[in-house]
Structure formats: C-alpha cells, structure tokens
Design a binder for this molecule. Structure first.
Ligand code: GLC
Length: 719
C-alpha cells in the first residue's frame, strides 16, 4: 500500500471532511478566542480546524511557517497544509496583467513571466497558484477581462498552455515551480450584461465551440486543479453542475486532479435558489466530484450526517482525499512541510534586476499603439515635457497583485524623468481619475497651462486597479467627462499630445479618439510600466503588441467580438446605415479598433493571400502565403494573422476565426513571404450530432493585420 493510502486508512471521516475544506490562513491559526462569528457559523472548532487540508491567502514565508507549525502541533495525522494563492501576473515583482500579456501574442514571454512569478512565490511559501484564468470574454463591461487573455478561443488556448508551462515547469531548480489551477469552470466570462456573477445561459454548441476549449487545453497541458465558477450555467450553478464536472471534465476529458470551488460558491447555491439550505447544498455538492470546498462549511457541517444516513459513502470522501494528498505528495509537502519557503531567497528575488528587466520588456511587448498621427516617437531633444493626469505619478500594477506594491512600481513621470531629467518635466494632475468624475475647471486650466509651456504633453488616463478586476464591472467603459475635457484642453494647446491609457479592459473611445494625435494603451503594465512607456514614447523600443480584444466606439456595442456570425442581413462594409440590414442608426457595427490591431513606428504592405491549391483533399494540407514589405523608415515587426471562414456549415460558423499568427521583423524596404500550413483539423468544429470534425465545402483564407481587414483566397475541402 502506498503512503497516501496508508494515510487515508488512518483518517476518520471527520478528518477527511476537514481535509476537503480550504480556509483563509487567518482561520487556521485562529486562537480559541477568535473562533467566533464566521468561524463559529462554519461550525469550526479546535478539532476540525486541526485537520483542515489547505489554506489560501497568507502574508509571507514567515507566516506560512507559523501557520504550518501551529497546524502540525494540533493535526492528529500530522498532515501538512498546502498553501495556495492567486499568483496571476507576478508575486512581488508584478508583470503586465494577463490581458496585456495576451496582447503580446508571445507565448515564450508569458512562460518567462510565469516562471519568474513562480520563483518568487515558492520562496515565500506558496505551492499552488489559482492560475491560469482562461475564461473567454466578449463583453468589456465585465471587470475580469483584465485577468483573461481576451476574446479569442485559439489565443486563449495558447496562453493557457504557456502559463501552465511557465508556472509549473519554467524553473529548473527543484521546488521553484507552482502547481496550477485553471479557472473559472465554466463560462464565467459570459455573464449577462457583463455584470460579474450574473447568469450565464448558452447553447451546448456555443459552450463547446468557444467557451470550453481553453479549459480543455489546460487539462491537456497537465493543470493540477480546476476551479469551478460562481455563475449559473443554463440554470444550474457551476459549483454543483454534475454535467460539466462529472460528465465533461471527469469522464469525457479524463481529468482526475483536484476540483476546488470558488470562494463560498457552494453556499451561494442557496442565494441562487438552487438549494434550500447548506445541508441540501452539501448533498448536491457530494453528488459532484468536487474535492475542496473553498471558504464555506457544507462539507464540514453536514458531511458526517450524510455519511451516517447513507446518503454518501466513505469511498466518496476517499476519492477526494486521495486527489488532495496526491497533490501534496507531488509538490513535496508530505516530505517537507515548509515546501520551498526560503525567506533569504525571497528577499533576493523580490524586485531583482533580472525580474525588473523582464518586467520592463514584458510591459513594452504588451503595449499597443492604437493611433499615431506622426507624433511618436518623440525625440529625446524635445525640450520640456508636461506629464499630466491622475495616473502620471502612479505605479499601475493591476487588481491581482499579491505582495506587489504600487509604490514600488515606476510611474510614467519617473520613467520619462529617467530619460530627460526631472528639470525638463512639468507636472499637473488635471483630474482625479475617479469613475464618472466631472471636470474641475481649475485642474483643467493648470494642466492646459503646463501643456502650453511644454514641447510635448503626455496624458496618463484610464482605469485604476480598482476599476476592473473581480466585482468591478462597468456600464460605461468610456473615459470620464473629466478625462475627455482634459484631453481636449491639453490637445488644443499642444500639438504633440500623447494619451497613455491604463485599462483592465477594452475602452470605448469613440467620443474622444479625434481629440488627440496619439493613443496608446499600457493596460496595467506592472512594476516597470513607466520605464516601458518611456522606452516606447522616445523610440528606444518599438511597439510589437496587438489587441486581444476589440475596442468599441460606444459601451452599448458590448458584447463585441470579431468572430461574429454574418446574420441573414449582413450590412455592406461601409459606414452608412441601411434599412432592414443588421446595423444601428447611430453607430457602426464593428469596433473602433479591431481584434489584432496595433501600430508601430514603420508601415507594412500586405499582398493578397495566395494558396498552393484551390482544393484540399481530406487529410491533405494547403499552404497559404502573403508578401509583406516594410515601406516605412524604421525596422519594425509585423504580426500577420491567419483567419479562416467555413462559408457554409451547420451550425453556422463565424465570419472568420484566428488559426495562426507569426512575427516578422523587416528593415526599411525589406520584404518577405510569410506562409502558413492549413490542415484539416483547423477546419473542425462541433457538429449537432456531437461529433467533431471538418465538413467538405468552401473555405475563405485571410492573412491580415487584424480581424476585420484584408481580403481572402478560397479553397474547397473535398472528402
Ligand atoms: C475569488 C476569485 C477567484 C480566486 C479566489 C481565491 O473570489 O473568484 O478567482 O482564485 O477567490 O482568491
């Protein structure tokens, strides 16, 4: 019998139920006096706390060891706790938010950032990260866009794999990698109206075709855990959804790792109106093969009674405890209860030059140049620069930043000061950066005065960390009135006005895009954001990133995504309004800036796509290629994107879908041919009979600079 089986044999049912419960660090190390309120409501006492299996959220290696020591002193089976945390895009050194990393279209970069984050986190006592978040997001009103890698299933699958690779295998040193947890299963990003925790309802086809593949990609990449989501899915809370958990995840995909609920989401089935009380919920919960209940008491409070009355059997508990102990064994916690915690190493790694350098490079390679009417790059001899805005002197590190601190991050003001010297800068706040802020005439005038006395004006606007992220959905995703007025006032007095946006989602810029010559987004760029912004503004580095989400003209266009359906009344590609076509009277259908859009400091010409054949026989391949020429004055990198459309299918397929991309760097005047191999599996989709495959017929192939532009070549799949 192996070690885990021996441990299980020695555990009582109550100890197994505690092992299947996850609490905040503070609960586990609570003294008797502190076991009141929520802890008492949980039915916690010294005995069941002594057998808790895993912990989320704690402060550092020192506290982790203290919690572990307290626990082991009381644990009847001397079973060490496992420590988990949301190491989403950095730990103490903070990298760009995942939406920014998605914009890099660079899986190697994402692996690198994940690996360095794992190094810092394991040194500080973390063994498991609740990452990658792979929820498909098509509605920018949802706050957790920032945590996703965008609106495209294909890109999200690549990024899911890259994060799992980086976090769990990116460091050669033993103990320096993290176990991973894909979330939030399933379709949490499809919350109605973009309002967090809201209802999700969709066809099985849509779920399987667009929303499930990235979770599947994570499972196939060896993710250790799956976290269920808060939302209803077709009337059943995802946390107790037997179809998605038992049938799809466990049986169809063969996942036998740990399934954990999101925070208190078992108990929330009562608020959903799905369970009568926590006892009813416990019964429903045990019917799903979920192993860890995060921060709610259903297993602990009701498990023993359900066992004693034969509603569940002990083998149900054993299966979950086995998965948890297998994970503890895998990460080495059964041999060393302190894991790879090493305070001295943590201090050495935090904000190290190496980590900061990767941070800065990642922030450069995540930033997207949306519009540039010839103002950027600025010369370093420019003279005086006004740095203006509520975020000009702020470190912008995003919503999930673990032990990262904004005051340790480089602001745009600091970044530009490092290039020009502070004596050439002038600063004005211009606005306060609050949601729905009205403009303040005094602040606007101060900013306009500063700008009129300078040779260039850099405006730092957009969202603070608290304006996106969990629970931070917005109806209006445009800039505030104060920011719009500020842009207009500054731009009116300085022709070299550059708008630097910080945002955790796509923003609706239709009402302001004509009011300044340059708009760029840094997303929330992390610890070295300001240095990266300066590198780009002065042309020390060039832009290479592209949008992983469509930017609308107006918030009310949401949900908005490039891989839409044609409809039976598609409107012509111009901006006119057509009666009895699928369009609006007052706004275009499409985005202001397309999925895949991004400028740089040179220009490229794309030829029409050419195919090696107009027929693909089943099992065969076709080569698609395009000529790309650098017709600008600087070396630069293009990101040709391969899109395919299945013209006639049941169910209908999108007007195009991303199926590949590559990066080419060309000198001025240089040109090259970029080719993609098209295989039959790129054409496959979920058919109504449940099968997955490609059907014969006509296909269109684009190789373009974004998801809206370009022309196509066509071929026929013949079976
Ligand atoms: C939160 C989030 C989830 C996170 C968990 C633990 O509510 O939904 O993404 O991993 O709780 O912090």
């Amino acid at each position: 019998m192996n070690n885990v089986e021996k441990i299980i044999e020695g555990m009582t049912p109550l100890q197994k139920l505690s092992e299947m419960t996850q609490l905040n660090g503070a609960f586990v190390s609570a003294s008797d006096a502190e076991i009141t309120g929520l802890a008492a409501d949980f039915g916690l006492n010294r005995e069941n706390i002594a057998s808790i299996g895993t912990v989320l959220n704690f402060t550092d290696a020192k506290e982790m060891k203290r919690i572990q020591d307290t626990h082991l002193a009381e644990s009847p089976n001397k079973l060490p706790l496992l420590f988990m945390m949301d190491v989403i895009h950095g730990y103490r050194t903070i990298y760009p938010i995942p939406l920014g990393l998605g914009a890099s279209f660079d899986t190697e970069l994402v692996k690198k950032c994940s690996a360095l984050a794992a190094r810092e986190a394991t040194a500080d006592g973390v063994q498991v990260t609740f990452t990658p978040m792979v929820d498909l997001v098509r509605d920018a009103r949802w706050g957790r866009c920032m945590e996703s890698t965008g609106e495209d299933t294909y890109l999200n699958c690549l990024m899911a794999r890259a994060q799992i690779e980086g976090f769990s295998k990116g460091n050669p040193e033993p103990g320096r990698n993290l176990a991973t947890c894909v979330k939030h299963y399933a379709a949490y990003g499809a919350a109605e109206a973009g309002r967090d925790y809201n209802t999700v309802d969709m066809s099985e086809h849509t779920l399987r075709e667009y929303y499930l593949p990235a979770y599947r990609a994570a499972v196939d990449a060896g993710v250790d855990m799956v976290m269920t989501s808060f939302n209803l899915l077709n009337g059943v809370p995802a946390a107790v959804n037997k179809w998605t958990i038992n049938d799809i995840l466990r049986k169809e995909w063969g996942f036998d790792g740990v399934v954990i609920t999101d925070y208190n989401s078992f108990r929330e089935t009562v608020a959903h109106g799905y369970s009568k009380d926590t006892e009813h919920c416990a019964r429903l919960a045990f019917e799903t093969e979920t192993d860890i209940e995060m921060m709610s008491p259903c297993f602990i409070k009701h498990g023993k009674k359900l066992l004693d009355t034969g509603v569940i059997d002990e083998e149900r508990l054993n299966r979950s405890v086995r998965r948890i102990l297998d994970l503890k064994e895998k990460v080495g916690m059964l041999d060393n209860p302190y894991g790879a915690a090493d305070e001295a190493l943590a201090a050495e790694l935090f904000l190290s030059d190496e980590h900061r350098a990767v941070c800065r490079d990642a922030a450069v390679r995540s930033a997207v140049l949306l519009k540039n009417d010839g103002v950027l790059p600025l010369s370093e001899d420019i003279g005086k620069v006004a740095v203006i805005g509520p975020h000009a002197k702020s470190g912008m590190i995003g919503f999930w930043s673990c032990r990262g601190r904004a005051d340790e991050a480089v602001s745009v003001y600091d970044g530009i000061s490092a290039v020009l010297g502070e004596d050439r800068l002038v600063y004005a706040k211009g606005a306060n950066g609050e949601v729905r802020e009205k403009s303040d005439a005094v602040m606007i005038k101060e900013a306009a005065d500063a700008a009129s006395a300078a040779d260039a004006a850099i405006l730092c606007l957009g969202e603070t960390a608290k304006m996106s992220g969990e629970g931070n959905s917005r109806v209006d995703i445009s800039l505030t009135d104060a920011e719009v007025e500020l842009i207009r006032a500054v731009s009116a007095v300085n022709k070299n006005t550059v708008v630097v946006l910080f945002n955790g989602r796509a923003l609706a810029l239709g009402n302001v895009i004509d009011d300044a010559p340059v708009f760029m987004t840094m997303w929330q760029p992390g610890t070295e954001g300001g240095s990266a912004a300066a590198d780009l503004i002065f042309g020390r580095r060039d832009f290479t990133a592209r949008l992983p989400v469509s930017f609308p003209y107006h918030s009310a266009q949401c949900p908005l995504y490039y891989n839409r359906m044609s409809t039976g009344r598609p409107k012509p590609k111009d901006d006119k309004h057509y009666m009895y076509k699928s369009n609006y009277i007052d706004y275009p259908n499409g985005p202001l800036f397309a999925f895949g859009h991004g400028l740089c400091y040179t220009e490229f010409e794309f030829s029409e796509p050419v195919l090696s054949s107009s027929v693909m026989h089943t099992g065969g391949t076709i080569e698609a290629s395009v000529r790309i020429k650098n017709v600008g004055k600087r070396e630069g990198s293009a990101l040709p994107q391969l899109y395919i459309r299945d013209v006639v299918a049941c169910p209908v397929r999108p007007v195009r879908e991303l199926r590949g991309f590559s990066r080419v760097t060309l000198k001025p005047g240089e040109e090259t041919t970029v080719s993609f191999e098209i295989t039959e599996d790129m054409l496959a989709f979920h058919r109504p009979d449940g099968s997955f495959g490609a059907d014969e017929g006509e296909f269109h192939v684009y190789i373009s600079r974004d998801g809206e532009s370009g022309s196509y070549a066509e071929f026929e799949l013949v079976k």
